[in-house]
Design a protein. Structure first.
Length: 168
């Protein structure tokens, strides 16, 4: 199979699995453990991109070709992340946003915030507290991370022959 497709599928599936691990363990409701989610997703994406870029470099891709390959890997992963996020928030854990809101209220109260400040913070966050907004945030985060990581990783992980400079 195509290494771009393989890496994109790997990243998307692993991120989706990690999301469901967070859900099944209830860690998304834990003020401490919820902070583990994003760094783990970023590490999954970096690892998947490096794995995929090593394969595409072996195919003769130069710097630009590697950045394009990594971006495509991230787009594929992002589409899977959208789907898994929607399944997570709409079917598997339909109370996800209510539970996050409850956790946020507790955290703000523990910080000594007033009732008015807590309500203001909750209302401000409701714009992004929808299944599609959450899924799109995952896609955009995956895409931006993929472009940046690919641009840096391709400095080292690429075919450095003169012929590869013309390959995209």
């Amino acid at each position: 199979m195509n290494p771009i497709l393989n890496a994109g599928l790997l990243i998307g599936v692993l991120c989706g699995v990690w999301t469901f691990v967070m859900g099944m363990t209830g860690w998304y409701k834990d003020p401490v453990m919820v902070n583990v989610f994003l760094p783990a997703v970023i590490l999954i994406e970096i690892g998947g991109l490096i794995w995929g870029l090593r394969q595409t470099a072996a195919q003769g891709r130069g710097y630009q070709g590697q950045v394009v390959a990594g971006t495509l890997m991230s787009v594929i992963a992002g589409v899977i992340i959208i789907a898994s996020s929607l399944v997570f928030t709409m079917a598997a854990f339909p109370n996800y946003f209510n539970e996050l809101e409850a956790m946020q209220r507790q955290m703000l109260a523990a910080q000594g915030q007033s009732a008015a400040a807590i309500e203001e913070a909750i209302e401000a966050g409701k714009v992004a507290a929808t299944p599609m907004a959450n899924a799109m945030a995952g896609f955009i985060g995956t895409l931006v991370t993929g472009i940046l990581v690919s641009a840096v990783a391709a400095i080292w992980i690429r075919d450095k022959s003169p012929a590869a400079r013309s390959l995209v």
